[in-house]
Design a protein. Structure first.
Length: 99
């Protein structure tokens, strides 16, 4: 984990070892990201594709990274929205938001 204030790398902790910044909100956000990721996969397994897409979009808003883009792409693919799936993949490379 990297402190957003001083950029120190450390194990997850409620406080930065270097600058003493409160990291509890960051940890909670990372936990929420992981929970959303699991929820997307669960909805996909249950073939609830619209719900999976909504959760994937929420995951993207927390952290628009390559993992979130892949989740969005898969959700669009299983719904047959191929252009949106491609746009989600490309957005992770360009740093743009998903379609």
């Amino acid at each position: 984990m990297r402190c957003p204030t001083c950029r120190a790398v450390q194990e997850p902790s409620p406080e930065c070892r270097r600058c003493k910044c409160n990291l509890s909100l960051l940890i909670a956000t990372l936990d929420h990201q992981r929970a959303l990721h699991r929820a997307v996969l669960r909805e996909l397994r249950e073939r609830r594709y619209a719900a999976a897409l909504e959760l994937a979009r929420r995951r993207w808003t927390l952290s628009p990274d390559a993992t979130a883009a892949r989740l969005l792409s898969v959700c669009h693919l299983v719904r047959g929205h191929f252009q949106a799936a491609l746009a989600a993949c490309e957005s992770s490379r360009l740093g743009d938001g998903p379609e």
